[in-house]
Design a protein. Structure first.
Length: 260
């Protein structure tokens, strides 16, 4: 009896210990109650060529719990993504800022240089002052901030460059503008749509001309062999009957007049 009781106590203790282990594991892997998503810099995801010295950062707060809200945030900005993986921001570390703001947070760290690439991430605190996990790193690239840094040239005609002489100009003495007869295009051009037609003769033996003619003949043959429309035949038949009945009516009227 004592042996049975000892076995029962051992089983109960093992079940309780297992429950505690599972509870601890679930507590450690529980999802964040509040999490920032969709990191944006100047309203863009990982933009290139940001032309402002102090970009504005934004994010969206998501939660599956009713009544949750952001009460604080912390932003890290670094010159290398490896520093972010160590939770270090050599450009900007806001520390914990008590605020529910999540849009247009102006960068206020070390001065940024042209063509610099910046990596950033953040975490937030919920209404119970519990921090979320760090977000995945995002980035932006600075553009050229100073006008003297532009080294490109404008695309335009360089009047100082001597252009090579072009070939002989074509003789246009016998040419004329195509327009409506009797209209001087040099002094007036009436508003409207104009259609122009030019008749020309294609020499025999030109490639493709025979194929066009055969195709046209085939179309005409298909139309001639196509059965007539039954509705059209019916209409013609009724029309023919009307033609036959018309003389009979005239004869009846003539006869009636004769009887009178």
């Amino acid at each position: 009896m004592k042996a049975c009781n000892q076995i029962l106590v051992t089983i109960v203790a093992a079940i309780c210990l297992g429950s505690l282990v599972v509870a601890d594991a679930n507590a450690g892997s529980s999802p964040d109650r509040l999490m920032p998503r969709n990191l944006r810099c100047e309203y863009l995801a990982n933009p290139l060529g940001i032309a402002v010295a102090q970009p504005r950062l934004s994010w969206i707060v998501e939660s599956e719990e009713r009544g949750q809200m952001q009460t604080a945030y912390r932003i890290l900005v670094a010159t290398d993504s490896k520093l972010l993986s160590e939770d270090k921001g050599d450009l900007w570390d806001t520390g914990k800022v008590v605020s529910n703001r999540s849009i247009q947070v102006t960068y206020d760290g070390r001065p940024l240089q042209s063509q610099m690439r910046c990596y950033w991430k953040l975490r937030i605190w919920d209404k119970d002052d519990k921090p979320s996990s760090w977000t995945k790193p995002a980035s932006w690239t600075m553009g050229l901030l100073n006008s003297e840094e532009w080294k490109a040239k404008w695309i335009a005609l360089d009047s100082s460059r001597k252009r090579e002489a072009m070939g002989e100009k074509p003789d246009l003495s016998g040419a004329q503008w195509i327009w409506s007869p009797g209209v001087d295009t040099r002094t007036s051009a009436p508003v409207g749509i104009r259609y122009f037609r030019k008749e020309f003769t294609v020499p025999e033996g030109r490639a493709g001309l025979g194929d066009v003619r055969r195709h046209r003949r085939q179309q005409l043959q298909d139309v001639s062999e196509r059965p007539e429309n039954p509705q059209r035949q019916q209409f013609q038949g009724s029309h023919g009957a009307q033609r036959q009945r018309t003389p009979a009516k005239r004869q009846e009227r003539a006869g009636g007049r004769g009887d009178e």
